[in-house]
Design a protein around this ligand. Structure first.
Ligand code: NI
Length: 225
């Protein structure tokens, strides 16, 4: 039937989108929409907890802000992984192919100028993809990363309990064999999210998770020249 074949087609491109870690005991904290004025404080917290994370950065945060460029260098120096989140956060499914490519290339050039390498991992703005976007990104050499756990931190700004309860109750109590490890979506562009990290890390650690970057989460190298 038609319905079946269309869902087959859907899964054929969606299986290129990474949503969890290979090892069920691995958890990847991922932060989008930076580099921001709050990112350094987050790096302090991650450092205090000896945790590495992944940052999907926007190209337009790296154009003129010297402080943000320094923060990007610090990220890499401290063992975190930098991925691309496009230049200025458009819905890529609404763009023509050349505009998608421009969004990605512009960001790569900015990142490469600062840290010397281009990211392989990318996260589509809003997590929105379609077949055209996926094929375009894959053929340009990107690894597309969405998530399997969304804290909705943008919606619950300042509502501390909603986010902490989500992490405590919805991210499985103990990692199970045969399942994918969590990739958790948060935003380092939000001041309110930074404050929560100590508690979120404590909860996940107690559940028995090991914190990894997208490199360990997938086994794929994070950069190219
Ligand atoms: Ni975003």
């Amino acid at each position: 039937m038609n319905i079946d074949s269309s869902s087959d087609e859907e899964s054929s491109y969606l299986h290129h989108v990474i949503t969890g870690c290979k090892n069920p005991k691995h958890v990847a904290l991922t932060f989008d929409d930076g580099v921001s004025q709050y990112t350094d404080e987050l790096l302090d917290i991650l450092g205090q907890n000896r945790i590495k994370a992944t940052f999907f950065v926007l190209g337009n945060t790296l154009v003129s802000e010297t402080a943000n460029k320094k923060t990007l260098i610090r990220m890499v120096r401290e063992g975190h992984v930098v991925g691309s989140h496009s230049y200025d956060h458009p819905d890529l499914t609404e763009l023509k192919t050349d505009r998608i490519e421009k969004q990605m290339t512009q960001t790569d050039v900015l990142i490469q100028t600062i840290i010397g390498v281009r990211p392989r991992f990318m996260r589509p703005p809003y997590g929105y993809v379609n077949e055209k976007v996926v094929n375009n990104l894959i053929s340009s050499g990107y690894l597309i990363v969405n998530w399997n756990h969304d804290t909705n931190d943008w919606k619950y700004q300042g509502k501390y309990e909603n986010i902490v309860n989500y992490v405590r109750d919805e991210i499985s109590l103990a990692p199970k064999k045969g399942t994918l490890g969590p990739i958790i979506l948060q935003h380092d562009s939000l001041k309110s999210s930074i404050k929560l990290q100590t508690e979120i890390i404590r909860i996940l650690r107690k559940k028995g998770y090991r914190f990894v970057t997208m490199y360990e989460c997938t086994g794929e190298r994070p950069y190219r020249l």
